[in-house]
Design a protein around this ligand. Structure first.
Ligand code: PLP
Length: 362
């Protein structure tokens, strides 16, 4: 089977950036256990601490606030389970790795997918051991949450805020201090780094119980030998500015959406502040599975809603929380671009969308 020639599924995972590949290549040979005292260990530790400094700098955090882990999923679990909160409040549009990490109460969102601040305020009544988790940008729609306001509200009521910034990193500015969150999740493979490297940024002094206990790595907050090569690839990917710029991605995406809207497409979350690379598009009456297969046959890789799980297409809880009817949600696809996308790729997608719609109308 030929691989799709056009990849527009960056929110599932991005191709590895050249700088990340270069940074990892030599380190993969090892031996590289940063806890070892000998010269190999010290060398590995030096590389890892450089990576930690550079990841921290990218999100305006301190190095010792960065806890390296193996996936965004793990970082989300560490945040929700390790904070010691007695009550956890989670926005209804979170990724399943947050929704399934702990028993929680859902926070409602409006028709644009934005957390209802008044609903959150009403839930934050007394009790100090409350943890709130709201993502910075949604993986299905790209909708961006007002995290600063949410953080202020949480702190006013003595609650902590965790923010899953996995989809935002590399696409919009992510500044730990300015956002005001107490914990922030990052993952390398969504922004051109390797799979298997991620971080939970934890505000200085915040107690956190480890999920994994053992060797005492990561200041006792995450046991297990760190994947030094992957972590260096993570740092290198964040520093690599090659390829399409965010401004280009946004311009191409906006042009495509405007032209497909004129053909009857519905853009989910169109009125909200969104990531520059993401479109959730409804082709009325045409199931997302059929669209996906048709695009795949044409050599264009896209996805339906969240593609994080097993390749199965299930009704989107994100679109349902936004009040979109189940039938309409079943017509939604997700198109997401990134550093190696060219304008011609977006044009090819657009042309195939029109062609498919016209073909099915006949
Ligand atoms: N959070 C969001 C918003 C995501 O989109 C994803 C993956 O799609 C994750 C967390 C999980 O990240 P990882 O694949 O690194 O476990």
């Amino acid at each position: 089977m030929n691989a799709p020639a056009i990849y527009l599924d960056y929110n599932a995972t991005a191709p590895l950036r050249p700088a990340a590949h270069a940074a990892m290549q030599d380190l993969l040979w090892g031996p590289a256990n940063p806890s070892s005292v000998h010269r190999f260990g010290r060398d590995a530790k030096k590389h890892m601490e450089e990576a930690r400094r550079s990841v921290a700098e990218m999100v305006s955090a301190w190095s010792n606030e960065v806890v390296f882990c193996a996936s965004g999923t793990e970082a989300n679990h560490l945040a929700l389970r390790g904070s010691g909160a007695g009550r956890v409040l989670v926005s209804a549009v979170e990724h399943s790795s947050v929704l399934k990490a702990a028993a929680h109460e859902p926070i409602a969102v409006d028709g644009h997918g934005i957390v209802k601040l008044e609903a959150l305020a009403a839930m934050l009544t007394g009790g100090s051991a409350v943890l709130v988790s709201v993502m910075l940008a949604n993986n299905e729609t790209g909708v961006i949450q007002p995290i600063r306001e949410i953080a202020a509200l949480c702190h006013e009521h003595g609650a902590l805020l965790h923010c899953d910034a996995v989809q935002a990193l590399g696409k919009v500015p992510v500044d730990f201090g300015a956002l005001g969150a107490d914990m922030l999740t990052l993952s390398a493979h969504k922004c051109g780094g390797p799979v298997g490297a991620a971080a939970l940024v934890v505000r200085r002094g915040l107690p956190l119980r480890a999920l994994l206990e053992g060797g005492g790595q990561e200041q006792g907050r995450r046991a297990g030998t760190e994947n030094v090569a992957a972590l260096c690839g993570f740092a290198a990917a964040l520093a690599d500015t090659g390829g399409a710029t965010v401004a280009e991605l946004q311009r191409w995406r906006d042009g495509m959406e405007a032209s497909l809207r004129a053909e009857g497409a519905i853009v989910v979350g169109a009125q909200a502040h969104r990531l520059p690379n993401t479109s959730c598009l409804i082709m009325p009456g045409v199931g997302s599975e059929l669209q996906l297969m048709d695009f795949d046959l044409a050599g264009i890789a896209i996805s339906a809603g969240s593609a994080c799980s097993s390749g199965r297409i299930e009704p989107s809880h994100v679109l349902a929380a936004m009040g979109i009817e189940k039938s309409e949600a079943s017509y939604a696809i997700r198109v997401s671009s990134g550093w190696a996308t060219r304008q011609a790729d977006i044009h090819a997608f657009e042309a195939h969308w029109r062609q498919l719609k016209a073909r099915l109308a006949r």
